[in-house]
Design a protein around this ligand. Structure first.
Ligand code: HEC
Ligand code: HEC
Length: 221
């Protein structure tokens, strides 16, 4: 049965995060007249994350266009689509490339040149794109990889804020990321454990499922 295209609201389906506790703690520490020691100052204090400006992000996206497009629809097979991805996920990944906790020959260099404001602007711009996904004709959602659907959805649209969409990503990209989680090159408390349990054949199967999903980005004006 052919499923109708599923339009997805910009920025995912979940409401924004509640104000963070880190912010409250930082404010308390300041009130108490405490100086920030290195450890504390080094932690990502979310309260200090600047507000993103989508318009400025669009301009900055000129530096990303050859690989991710201005609209976030990938232009080269090794780069992921980032249009319509959750803002929190985009900023988290850019910050991870910048601080070295995720590394890639291209993106580590790109992210090294981004300050917090640039990251917030780019996240605001790319997360603001509308996406549409569709399972291939004749494919039923029931066939989706059952260990993944809770977070990535049967149609590759993330159901939790911190997870990326997988719909229409290139199979090579999905394969590479799962192997990176499995080998420890990329690490995440949930994904490292899930990937550890996947064989090469499992990885190929899930990559093919998500790569086959139709994915479109409708650029914001
Ligand atoms: C020359 C190509 C290139 C350019 C330019 C580039 N990227 Fe990337 N980007 C990539 C590749 C390749 C990856 C996949 C990295 C990996 O395999 O871990 C990636 C990954 C990402 C990711 C992680 C997405 C995910 O799903 O985990 C984000 C976010 C991102 N890029 C944002 C940007 C932004 C914002 C810019 C511009 C400031 C940019 N990139 C410029 C090639 C590029
Ligand atoms: C409990 C939630 C959860 C489940 C279940 C889950 N994932 Fe994930 N996945 C995540 C989160 C969170 C991330 C983001 C990791 C990070 O921040 O680096 C992620 C990241 C990924 C990525 C990287 C995508 C990108 O754009 O870089 C791939 C590929 C992936 N997951 C595939 C899978 C597959 C395949 C399964 C099933 C075998 C699965 N995941 C199951 C939560 C989950």
């Amino acid at each position: 049965m052919v499923r109708p295209d599923r339009p997805v609201a910009p920025g995912g389906v979940f409401p924004a995060r509640p104000p963070s506790r880190t912010g409250a703690l930082a404010a308390l520490a300041l009130l108490a007249g405490l100086t920030f020691v290195t450890g504390l100052a080094g932690a990502p204090a979310r309260a200090e994350v600047p507000e993103g400006n989508a318009e400025a992000g669009k301009t900055r996206a000129g530096a990303c266009r050859t690989c991710h497009g201005i609209d976030g629809f990938a232009r080269i097979p090794i780069a992921p689509h980032i249009g319509g991805e959750n803002a929190a996920y985009i900023s988290h990944q850019l910050t991870a490339f910048r601080d070295g906790s995720r590394s890639h020959e291209i993106m580590s260099v790109v992210a090294a040149g981004l300050d917090d404001q640039a990251i917030a602007d780019l996240a605001a711009w790319y997360s603001g794109q509308s996406i549409t996904v569709a399972l291939p004709a004749g494919v039923a959602a029931e066939g989706a990889p059952e260990d993944c659907v809770a977070c990535h959805g049967a149609d590759g649209v993330a159901l939790i804020e911190d997870a990326p969409h997988l719909a229409g990503e290139n199979a090579i990209y999905i394969d590479t990321q799962l192997k990176a989680f499995r080998s420890g090159k990329r690490s995440h408390p949930i994904m490292s454990e899930i990937a550890a349990g996947l064989s090469d054949a499992d990885i190929r199967a899930v990559a093919e499922w998500y790569a086959a999903i139709g994915f479109k980005v409708t650029a914001a004006p």
